[in-house]
Design a protein around this ligand. Sequence first.
Ligand code: FAD
Ligand code: SF4
Ligand code: SF4
Length: 605
Amino acid sequence: MGEVILNTWKADVPITYGAGGRKNVKALAGWGGLALMDQGVNVVNLFKAYLTAVQDESCGRCVPCRLGSKVMLDIINRIAAGEGREDDLKQLERLGRLARDGSLCELGRSFPIPLLDALEKHREVFVKAIKEGRPVPPDDCQYEKVVTAPCLHGCPAHIDVPRYVQGIKEDVFDASLAAVREKTILAGVLGRVCAGYCESNCRRNDLDNPINNRCLKRFVADYEAEIRRKPTWMTTPKEEKVAVVGAGPAGLSASYQLARRGYRVSVYEARSQAGGMLSAAIPAYRLPREVLEREIGLLRELGVEINLNTKVGKDILWDDLWAQGYKAVFLATGLPRAARGGLDGEEAGYQGCLDGLAYLEQINQGKKVPVGPQIAVVGSGHMAIDCARVALRAGAAEVYLVSGKSPEELAADRMEVGVAEAEGVQVRFSAVPRKVVGRDGKVIALEGDGFRMEIDTVILAGGQEADLSFLPPGQTNLQVNMSTLETGLPGVFAGGDVVSGQASVVEAVAAGNRAALSIDQYLREGRVTPTKEADLQELLAALPVFDPPEKAGDVAGRKRQEPEELPAVERVKDFREVEYTLSRRTAMKEAGRCLRCYRLLLIGS
Ligand SMILES: Cc1cc2nc3c(=O)[nH]c(=O)nc-3n(C[C@H](O)[C@H](O)[C@H](O)COP(=O)(O)OP(=O)(O)OC[C@H]3O[C@@H](n4cnc5c(N)ncnc54)[C@H](O)[C@@H]3O)c2cc1C
Ligand code: SF4
Ligand code: SF4
């Protein structure tokens, strides 16, 4: 073992996986081919297990996959029992090609590939089994199947995209939302603010445009809210209590997954509202507060207790937290402080020099923030764009977004920059600011490499920093195991922006989910190991699940459906939501474009 005997995958295949190479791979059969790394693996046994897995996963909508794989399994079983017939291999090839070329979806089209490869490159094993006419002896290979899809793999939270899209296509919206809710309670939130990593991994990119997964997710979440239905939860209560520090998406997600497992969860949140950056920073025209509040309300109904205005380290001290009887703590405190921008004069205390995070937070609380008619927002990320768009809505006459980056480098989604420009924000790319100029205690200009702008207000929206002052004495930073999210402190886990740095909502959700799995294992077994899912994702990444040059076929023609939007001239008048929910008809039409790219992998180890 340890050497590759046969590999028909386009990529080099891993021979071990899991943290520290804990698991040996003896064989891999899946959408991209067949790999054998152990002489002891008998391919007849391997395909018995593989075709059984295909039968489990085939949805039954098309004959070549459903029936074809059944007949193929019967043939392999016959060969394995020593009753193979002379024409069995030809029959397998014929059925395999039929499924590959005639199935409706990617599962059916891809499952025959490793078997066809085996029949071409390892035919002698099948021929021998048929000739000998004896049962194929079992080998010691253990098989495990994984079902994935390029979009599912691309989503940091691994939401089962094909399943929820299929639910919409088939008009079973509650089943669709249930698929999303396996991974997140924040369906309506992500349906509005997610950057859509799944869409970058969508195979439909090869044909025309990716499936509008984000808007489809929003559609099912909004549909449930519109018909005033609520999910029902089935949990088995457990005794152990877990504390979560921070009610941002990471903390809320860990709470959700822990509460679903029956744990008693208390969240401590420094601010007066739950949601972290979702409520403090992201403006209502992108995320209406009733959407966030509804989803946080569902979490409360699940039994999660959220203590607002309770800053750990100030309102409740570290030792007092543990004295409440918590068995584990998840730190999801994000990046609550604005980072300095490094400009001369930014700390001179000039009137009109504002911190972007504080500016957004005050506006989001409905407060009036006096700003001049000419505003420069300095920064390149989400915060800078939001500050600029908010300033326009708050009545500024001219708003400049001053970014040291080129259009290609700009960290925020390019589309968001385009939206800001359409609303009237004037973007100055590759403009490196150096100095906030003041006179008589007030901002009068912003200077940089080769430019000077006469302005009344500058909003510094560069970055955010962690605040770990709540940690026990002597502890100034967090050492975190990125696989398990354990810290060096017993029973303490950490995740989200506080660990990753500025990231995204869905990455915070993924971190919360991962922490919940680790905490659950810690409370049950007193130890934490990398999750099986984490190990499998690492293996899948090596294959890879999404291969951009790969051809997705010839199905084309149906245009991507986009949501309607408030016209740009209307938008800047107030904080109404800009984007609308897809209609039922357009959502179903969009879902119908999905190619259902499930892919099956059988791992022998
Ligand atoms: C303006 C802006 C716009 C953004 N837009 C998007 C977007 O469109 N899409 C996207 O995907 N991402 C966006 N992001 C990024 C995203 O919001 C963050 O990545 C995400 O919120 C991080 O989640 P978190 O739970 O780790 O931290 P946070 O959301 O920051 O939540 C942490 C929480 O912990 C609380 N806390 C901190 N210290 C303590 C303490 N000692 N005791 C108790 N509570 C404490 C904080 O008050 C806060 O509520 C944006 C960020 C900003 C700033
Ligand atoms: S077409 Fe559908 S299943 Fe295929 S990658 Fe795109 S969203 Fe996923
Ligand atoms: S959360 Fe984001 S990346 Fe994940 S499926 Fe939804 S839109 Fe795609």
